[in-house]
Design a protein around this ligand. Structure first.
Ligand code: CTP
Length: 692
């Protein structure tokens, strides 16, 4: 994850400087390049030699080399770095950073830094708690710096408290999070409210509630992990900011939360409102502590703004709004009422009646309700619930994309990795291979294969692996190509293979810097024809997996290429010459008798795999039903190669799906079909039967 990242690590004079050595080691181990800068006093705690040995780069500390007079350019470092970490950061350095006091190389570099900055304070608990330090940290936050709050624990002074520098492993984790921008919510701005609100009675008393903020913080964390830019408006809670990229706004009362949320929501794509906002506040807030009298006392309350309803009222088209409902009775109907009343897109219901749900505990049991219905989830950790909620939000965004899809292209369809294995032709000019690999990567990834808009995260992952079997200096190549396409499975990190095929004996010519051209109706380049064929095939199968028979347009284009290529004279295209070449693969897919296989693509992936995150058992049952469709396709055309091919690239998936799950009869049914279609894989199918 940190491979190739350039990190400036600033070390200051704290006893925690010894931990910097481990930090350097971890960063280097992750593949990062680390440039250490030390303040003069840091050298009292750890030697530059240790750090230069670990980082493999000379440590910088002075503006000038005293001997050579060479200047250490803080400006260049500011441009070079992908991130700067100041760890440990003393109160003095934090103060200098906040105030712009550039009297050493570390602070000047900080002031020139173009990349994100993480600051890991380390100091004694009283120094940390001092308003001066806190104000300086707030100033750094307002500059957009990420403060990695110190942990509680024993300090160098032997006192216990907050001030210990965060452990190097966690600092690396925060850095990783910062670079982790891809994900289903990449590019989205999301507001999350969390925690209770405190409504002041007098300077020392308030009305509050038991909300711990854990659920909201877990959601903010998940949104950030999914690539969103998160603003977390937090009531008074005792929780650290869970992700380095989160912008946190601390508030106390409902009115402050309302103001901060309304401000943030304008620039946001969605808001998830988890805060337990006090519905009422004391009408009068005494300036001085209210004294005890012998009389009873009544506090008059007045209504607070309903943040959810007020955001619901100003919500724009395309913005999404989600809330929580905490109910004790008539949960579903009350939650539905709130959904309507507050103009929410979905509402997360948790009932205090459920054991393990609600405030302060680390688990929760929720039902997500939107216009299309209610989905009940089992009791899970709050982190897992947060993932479910974020997955639901991502799905609603995806539906919006389909609704409002403009016809302009933003990202291309395929996200291909191209590799060239040239071990069989060593000793020849190697530049051509590098250039060809780059040209192919560009051709596949940057070409506009469809008219649709593909968001970055929707691009189809695929691999084109060429094994060069023969090459001569006139530019003629003979290659095998292993091509594979896959799609992500909803609600998980797993990808399912859509197509995988080894295409042997592809001949083409290529000279360095030849332009790769492709014209569907006038094929004159076998290499680009082959690539375009697989590009359309993979896109078509991906679309078949999203909507029943949804990929016809692109599968037909692949068929069209195979038809037009009949005159090319190149191998692999000829109709009738084999039951296993490009022509027959696509001709079979598009044959009416094989339609059950194409319909299976939708049922298997969309209705089966994609629903397994909610209910693994139900998802697997759908997949078992798909086996009948596979059998039907096979019965219709027993000689067609693609049913067998399908069982081959899905083989591991089948084994995983059924090895430990499913009843004996279900397994036997599945294995019977698979063994008939593909007897050569009997070992794998036996494995399904053997387990449990
Ligand atoms: N909410 C809010 N502002 C308020 C009250 C609630 O934004 N002043 C939000 C909460 O963050 C939550 C949702 O509205 O997402 C529902 O909160 P809840 O307290 O269950 O609903 P209320 O509208 O206050 O209804 P009641 O307390 O009467 O059940």
């Amino acid at each position: 994850m940190l491979k190739g990242k350039k990190i400036v690590l600033g070390i200051t004079g704290s006893i925690a400087a010894y931990k910097a050595a481990l930090l350097v080691r971890l960063l280097v181990k992750e593949g990062a390049e680390v440039q250490v800068i030390m303040t003069p006093s840091a050298k009292e705690f750890i030697t530059p030699l240790t750090l230069s040995t670990l980082s493999g780069r000379a440590v910088l500390s002075e503006f000038f080399h005293s001997e050579s007079g060479a200047w250490n350019s803080h400006v260049e470092l500011g441009l070079w770095a992908d991130a700067m970490i100041v760890a440990p950061a003393t109160a003095a350095t934090i103060g200098k950073m906040a105030g712009g006091i550039a009297d050493n190389l570390l602070v000047t570099t900080y002031l020139s830094m173009k990349a994100p900055v993480l600051v890991a304070p380390a100091m004694d608990l009283d120094m940390y708690a001092h308003p001066s330090t806190q104000r300086n940290l707030d100033i750094l936050r307002s500059y957009g710096n990420h403060i990695i709050e110190p942990a509680e624990g024993e300090l160098a002074s032997h006192l216990k408290g907050k001030g210990r520098m965060e452990e190097p492993q966690n600092i690396v984790e925060r850095l990783r999070e910062l670079f982790f921008v891809k994900g289903p919510l990449a590019g989205k701005k999301i507001l999350v409210t969390a925690g209770p609100t405190y409504e002041k009675i007098d300077p020392v008393r308030f009305i509050g509630n038991y909300s711990s903020g854990k659920m909201g913080f877990a959601i903010a964390h998940e949104c950030a992990r999914a690539g969103a830019e998160v603003t977390l408006v937090a009531g008074p809670v005792a929780l650290p900011t869970p992700h380095a990229s989160i912008k946190r706004v601390d508030v106390e009362s409902a009115r402050q939360m309302h103001a901060a949320s309304s401000e943030a929501f304008r620039a946001c794509d969605a808001a998830i409102l988890c805060a337990a906002v006090a519905d009422y506040r004391p009408s009068q807030q005494a300036d001085k502590k209210i004294k005890r009298t012998d009389e009873n006392m009544t506090i008059e309350l007045e209504a607070n703004p309903d943040i959810a309803a007020s955001l619901g009222a100003v919500k724009r088209e395309g913005q999404l709004l989600a809330g929580f409902a905490l109910e004790t009775n008539d949960a579903l109907s009350n939650a539905r009422l709130k959904l309507k009343k507050k103009n929410l897109d979905f509402i997360v219901l948790n009932s205090l009646e459920d054991k393990g749900a609600g405030f302060a505990v680390d688990t929760n049991k929720v039902t997500i309700i939107d216009d299309s219905g209610a989905t009940e989830y089992p009791l899970k950790s709050k982190a897992a619930v947060a993932r479910d909620i974020v997955a639901h939000l991502a799905r609603l965004f995806m539906m919006l994309v389909l609704l409002f899809a403009p016809l302009t292209i933003e990202a291309q369809e395929l996200n291909a990795t191209v590799s060239l294995n040239t071990s069989k032709v060593q000793g020849t000019n190697t530049e051509v291979f590098t250039v060809l690999k780059d040209a192919l990567t560009e051709f596949i990834n940057n070409r506009r294969w469809t008219e649709y808009t593909y968001e970055e995260y929707e691009r189809i992952a695929c691999n084109f692996t060429f094994v060069v079997d023969g090459y001569s200096d006139d530019g003629s190549f003979t290659c095998s190509l292993m091509v594979q396409g896959s799609r992500p499975v909803f609600g998980s990190t797993y990808s399912s293979t859509l197509f995988k095929y080894e295409d042997k004996g592809i001949k083409f010519t290529y000279q360095p810097y030849d332009r790769l051209e492709f014209n569907e109706d006038n094929l004159d380049n076998n290499l680009t024809a082959v690539i375009a064929f697989y590009a359309y095939l993979i896109i078509g199968l991906d679309m078949d997996s999203m909507g029943e028979l949804g990929g016809s347009e692109f599968l037909n284009r692949a068929l069209n290429i195979a038809n037009n290529a009949q005159n090319l004279g190149d191998s692999g295209w000829r109709a009738g010459s084999s039951n296993n070449n490009r022509y027959t693969v696509i001709d079979d897919y598009m044959n009416g008798a094989m339609e059950p296989l194409r319909r299976l693509y939708y049922k298997y992936h969309r209705l089966g795999l994609d629903t397994m995150f909610k209910d693994a058992e139900a998802g697997r049952k759908v997949i078992t039903e798909c086996m009948t469709m596979l059998q039907e396709a096979y019965n219709n055309r027993p000689l067609a190669y693609i049913t067998k091919l399908f069982t081959e690239y899905k083989q591991d998936e089948f084994v995983n799906l059924y090895s430990f799950e499913g009843g004996a009869a279900e397994k036997q049914g599945v294995v019977k079909i698979l063994s008939e279609i593909n007897p050569s894989q009997s070992d794998a199918w036996d494995r399904i039967l053997r387990t449990r």
